[in-house]
Write a protein that binds this ligand. Structure first.
Ligand SMILES: [Fe+2]
Ligand SMILES: [Fe+2]
Length: 283
């Protein structure tokens, strides 16, 4: 197997909050992403007020992108009750909108859900007392079950999870502690550990931290646009990763920080570049 089939470059970004007047605002960035990555992951809050008109603006900007785009919706996309139309509008231009679904690309599996809130660890809200509290907790449990069934359908070397809400506390650190319970839920962490997920990408916590780990050591990346702008001011606001399959010397997900390597996708590498990977990499 040639090396370029064993490496997938993944770009991740969330919380772009497209409005009716956003036409073209992210197009240069989308173009840059398409140059650098093999696949784009969008982690929710794709629109600002959850309007299908906003999704149409985004769809027009995404339509020219020639790499696969995978997305989940965020809470903003539900604001107006038009979430189904938003998902359909994006699907119509080829975006894979995941809601408890999975999708595979060159040996890498993706499982996506919106997720939900309720808090973390010992502070997580329990299903006790009023009906409305039980319903609130039930929503987080359902999202965790949806993620579990999406992961169970994947038989790939790598399982990548995308969601909007945070599954761990570490990547919401930096937000006011009073709102931590509304930023994510530990219940989402359970299936991630059970299925030995390779990496998790989420958004929603605009003032959170860019990186954390689950209790079992799985990397979690908060790729909310505002987080990337604040933490990596010298880079374009998306994160780029190399996903190396089991047939490579160092399988796993590695962030790419060196801007010089951002200009070309893994699939575009010239033969000389492939050979320079060294004898430990099977070709
Ligand atoms: Fe957001
Ligand atoms: Fe959000």
């Amino acid at each position: 197997m040639p090396l370029n089939d064993s490496v997938v470059r993944l770009a991740a970004l969330g919380d772009i909050h497209y409005g009716k007047g956003s036409q073209g605002s992210y197009q240069p960035l989308f173009g840059q992403i398409a140059e650098a990555a093999d696949v784009l992951v969008l982690c929710g809050d794709l629109t600002d007020y959850g309007l299908v008109d906003e999704a149409r603006v985004l769809a027009r900007d995404l339509a020219p992108i020639k790499i696969p785009v995978i997305a989940v919706l965020g809470n903003h996309d539900f604001e107006t009750g038009q979430e189904k139309e938003i998902a359909q509008t994006l699907s119509d231009v080829g975006v894979h909108v995941l809601d408890g679904d999975s999708w595979e690309f060159r040996g890498v599996g993706f499982a996506g859900v919106r997720g939900f809130c309720g808090g973390f660890g010992r502070g997580a809200l329990g299903p006790w007392g009023e009906k409305v509290i039980k319903a609130f907790v039930h929503e987080a449990v359902q999202e965790a079950l949806k993620l579990e069934s999406a992961l169970a359908r994947l038989s790939t070397d790598h399982r990548i999870v995308l969601m909007h809400y945070a599954p761990i506390r570490a990547t919401v650190e930096g937000e006011p502690p009073e709102i931590f319970p509304f930023l994510g839920s530990s219940r989402l962490e359970d299936p991630i550990g059970r299925f030995d997920v390779t990496a998790v990408f989420h958004g929603h916590a605009h003032r959170g931290a860019p990186e954390g780990k689950t209790q079992s050591g799985i990397p979690v990346y908060n790729v909310a646009h505002a987080v990337l702008k604040a933490n990596y001011p010298d880079r374009p606001p998306f994160r780029l990763f190399e996903v190396k399959t089991a047939s490579t010397a160092e399988p796993g997900v590695t962030p790419i920080a060196d801007r010089r390597t951002w200009g070309r996708r893994a699939t575009d590498r010239p033969p000389a570049d492939r050979q320079s990977a060294g004898p430990s990499n099977p070709t």
